[in-house]
Every structure is written in structure tokens, then in C-alpha cells.
Design a protein around this ligand. Structure first.
Ligand code: SF4
Ligand code: SF4
Length: 115
């Protein structure tokens, strides 16, 4: 897979994203399995308005990387999800949601929904 130059972006492209029921379940499981201190630190970071609630500003990466929604996995690699820092990485056609979306992460689902 083409790698993207994400280091230093500090969550620039990580805003509200569509999430499915199955993805929500996986995220809940991941959050519950985190040590309490790590979870609290991630939850209480001082993010920019609009940044995804799970972006880890301290580590400059997704705080739930292994269970991130499918759109996050696809970002930068499709024509309708272009990364402006590396537009050439978008080689495939358009990305489409394959399952029914349960809502938007960071808008419809916030930290209180994952405890
Ligand atoms: S996908 Fe692109 S915009 Fe998003 S963090 Fe990576 S390099 Fe930055
Ligand atoms: S779940 Fe992770 S990759 Fe997706 S928008 Fe949030 S911080 Fe970014």
C-alpha cells in the first residue's frame, strides 16, 4: 500500500467520519480494553475544534488505529478521498460506503458513547 506523509499533520484530515454499527462495536471494545489512565489521557486531549475525538495529538496519530472506520483506512487512496499532501497516492476509483452507516463519529457518537 502507498504510504502517506501523515507525520506532522496533527489530525488535519481527521474530522467527523461515517461509522457502521459493527465499527462502533469494535471501537467500544478497544476503548474498554485500554488502561484507564491511557483512556483518560486520550479523552481529555485539547483537540482543535472539528478534529476526530480519537485523534491522539500527543503521538500524532490515530488513537484507535487498529479499529479505525473503513473510510479512514481508505483515505488518500481513492479519487474521492484525496490527500492533498500526496494526491498521487489516489490511484483507485471512488470509495463507497459498503454497509449502512450508523451516523457520524465525533458528531453522533462522542466519548460518552464508548464507556
Ligand atoms: S492522509 Fe494526508 S492530510 Fe491526512 S494526515 Fe496523512 S498526509 Fe496528512
Ligand atoms: S478514527 Fe482515527 S483515522 Fe479516523 S478520523 Fe478518527 S483519528 Fe482519524
Amino acid at each position: 500500500m502507498e504510504s502517506l506523509p501523515c507525520k506532522g499533520c496533527r489530525g488535519l484530515c481527521c474530522g467527523p467520519v461515517p461509522v457502521t454499527e459493527q465499527e462502533l462495536k469494535s471501537i467500544k471494545k478497544k476503548i474498554k480494553s485500554m488502561p484507564h489512565k491511557i483512556r483518560l489521557e486520550l479523552e481529555n486531549q485539547d483537540r482543535y475544534p472539528g478534529t476526530c475525538i480519537f485523534y491522539d495529538l500527543v503521538k500524532d496519530r490515530c488513537g484507535i488505529h487498529s479499529v479505525r472506520p473503513s473510510i479512514c483506512r481508505a483515505f488518500g487512496l481513492y479519487k474521492n478521498l484525496i490527500c492533498f499532501r500526496k494526491p498521487d497516492a489516489a490511484r483507485a476509483g471512488n470509495w463507497n460506503v459498503e454497509e449502512i452507516t450508523a451516523g457520524l463519529l465525533s458528531v453522533d457518537y462522542t466519548w460518552k458513547d464508548f464507556k
